[in-house]
Design a protein around this ligand. Structure first.
Ligand SMILES: O=C(O)C[C@@H](Cc1ccccc1)[C@H](O)SCc1ccccc1
Ligand SMILES: [Zn+2]
Length: 168
């Protein structure tokens, strides 16, 4: 299990580098990311959340946790519709807020077999993939909130972290 990087770590604000090709290092990283994601538990994880500044995400929104999807250099090439979801983030534990995003997307990327794929994602899978791609661009879900809501969310996160420190 890898340690998940917490806000306000500067690595979460970097634009990640594209991955040139699928190889053993990336294959092992994908396994470590899935293990860390399922253990959290979570339904998505982006490489910068485990301090790797490269364009790699893993998601699995299935009930049975048996539909793992890893994408290298993912890009959204079509988006439509609208959905509001109460999002959380493993890098901002304890903070939740409603975020509006397109509900239907087409995403292109390389899968762990090194094959370029395009897939349609809707609803929660679309939300999750957009949330993870945001991470690759140094964006966090709180950035989609209005100034006041964002400030309140980050103040609450700060307090939760300070309380946590006291409990130590
Ligand atoms: O931090 C992350 O990237 C993992 C996120 C992914 C995510 C957030 C909001 C909506 C969809 C995906 C989550 O913390 S994973 C935790 C979770 C579990 C069940 C439902 C929603 C979020
Ligand atoms: Zn997140």
């Amino acid at each position: 299990k890898l340690d998940i990087v917490l806000y306000p770590d500067s690595g979460l604000r970097e634009v990640c580098k594209p991955i040139a090709e699928m190889n053993d290092r990336i294959d092992r990283l994908i396994d470590d990311m899935f293990y860390t994601m399922y253990d959290a538990p979570g339904i998505g994880l982006a490489a910068p959340q485990i301090a790797v500044q490269e364009r790699l995400i893993v998601v699995d929104v299935s009930e049975k946790k048996n539909e793992p999807l890893a994408l290298l250099n993912p890009e959204i090439i079509r988006s439509a519709g609208k959905i509001t979801w109460e999002e959380g983030c493993l890098s901002l534990p304890g903070i939740y807020a409603n975020v509006n995003r397109p509900s239907d997307i087409i995403v292109r990327g390389m899968n762990r077999d090194g094959k370029m794929i395009e897939l349609e994602a809707n609803d929660l899978l679309a939300v999750c993939i957009q949330h993870e791609i945001d991470h690759l661009n140094g964006k966090l879900f709180v950035d989609h909130l209005s100034g006041l809501k964002r400030m309140r969310a980050l103040q609450k996160f700060k307090k939760l972290q300070e309380e946590g420190d006291l409990d130590e």
